[in-house]
Design a protein around this ligand. Structure first.
Ligand code: HEC
Length: 219
C-alpha cells in the first residue's frame, strides 16, 4: 500500500484495511519479523528436553544427541546434565515436601516446627539424620536451643533413597549449614537397617544409631 499518498478527507471512504495508520503497519511488521527471528534462533529445534524451568529433567539422563550441530565428544559439556546437581534436586524435594512445616527459609515456626537451618541434627551424624527423616520423629527434641514436642511423619514411604539423599545434602549445605553430602547408598543401607522400626523415632532411640557402623558411612 501507499502510505504517503493518502489525503485525510479520503480516509473515511477507503476500506478499513487502508485506514490503518502507516506507522502501525511498520511497527507490526517489525514485531512480527523480530518474533520470527527470535523463534528461529532460540526455539532449540523444539526439542522436548531443551527448556527445563522446573529442574525436573536435571535428574534424568539426557538422550544421546546425534545431530552434528549439537554433538559434543563424550565427557564434554553435553555429559553435564546427567550428573544432576544434588543441591538443585534437593531444593525441589524440600520445597515440595518439607517447606510447608520447616518453611522455605529453613527457619521453622516457633514452638511448632523446629528449624533445619542451624540445627545440630541436620549438621550432625548423617546416620541419625537420615533415620529421623526416613522414619519420622516424635516427642521432645532440642533444636537450636529450643525444645519442640511434636510429630513428624515418616518419609520412607513417600521419597526414594535418591530424593532423601538429595534433600539431606541440600539441607546440610544451605543456610550456613556445613554437613557433608549424603549419598544415595547411605540412605539405602539405613533404610534396610531400620526397616523393622515402624513408629516415628523418639530422640533416645534414634540417637543410638550414631556412628554405629564403622567406615565412611559414619561421620
Ligand atoms: C507436617 C510438618 C512437617 C513436614 C512436612 C516435615 N517435617 Fe520435619 N519435623 C516436623 C516436626 C514437628 C519435627 C519435630 C518432631 C518432634 O518434636 O519430635 C520435625 C523434625 C525434623 C528434623 C529434626 C529436627 C531439626 O529441625 O533439625 C529434621 C532434620 C526434619 N524434620 C527434616 C525434615 C525434612 C527433610 C522434611 C521433608 C522431607 C520434613 N522434615 C518435613 C514437622 C515436619
Amino acid at each position: 500500500m501507499n502510505c504517503e499518498d493518502q489525503p485525510e478527507r479520503r480516509v473515511q471512504e477507503t476500506s478499513s484495511e487502508e485506514r490503518l495508520p502507516c506507522f502501525f503497519l511498520v511497527f507490526a511488521t517489525v514485531i512480527v519479523l523480530f518474533a520470527a527471528a527470535f523463534f528461529l534462533r532460540y526455539s532449540g529445534g523444539l526439542r522436548w528436553d531443551v527448556y527445563d524451568a522446573s529442574g525436573y529433567l536435571a535428574g534424568i539422563p539426557r538422550p544421546a544427541v546425534t545431530s552434528a550441530a549439537t554433538a559434543v565428544p563424550a565427557g564434554g559439556p553435553a555429559q553435564k546434565p546427567a550428573a544432576a546437581n544434588p543441591i538443585e534436586v534437593g531444593r525441589d524435594v524440600y520445597q515440595a515436601n518439607c517447606a510447608a512445616c520447616h518453611q522455605p527459609t529453613g527457619q521453622g515456626m516457633s514452638g511448632q516446627f523446629p528449624p533445619v537451618a542451624g540445627s545440630d541434627w541436620v549438621n550432625g551424624d548423617p546416620r541419625v539424620l537420615t533415620a529421623m527423616v526416613l522414619g519420622g520423629l516424635q516427642g521432645p527434641v532440642q533444636v537450636a536451643g529450643a525444645e519442640y514436642n511434636g510429630m513428624m511423619p515418616a518419609w520412607k514411604t513417600v521419597l526414594s533413597d535418591a530424593k532423601i539423599a538429595a534433600v539431606l545434602t541440600f539441607l546440610r549445605q544451605s543456610w550456613g549449614n556445613h554437613g557433608s553430602a549424603v549419598e544415595e547408598g547411605q540412605v539405602k543401607s539405613i533404610r534396610a537397617e531400620t526397616a523393622s522400626h515402624a513408629a516415628p523415632w523418639k530422640v533416645e532411640e534414634v540417637e543410638t544409631l550414631a556412628g554405629k557402623s564403622a567406615g565412611k558411612e559414619a561421620k
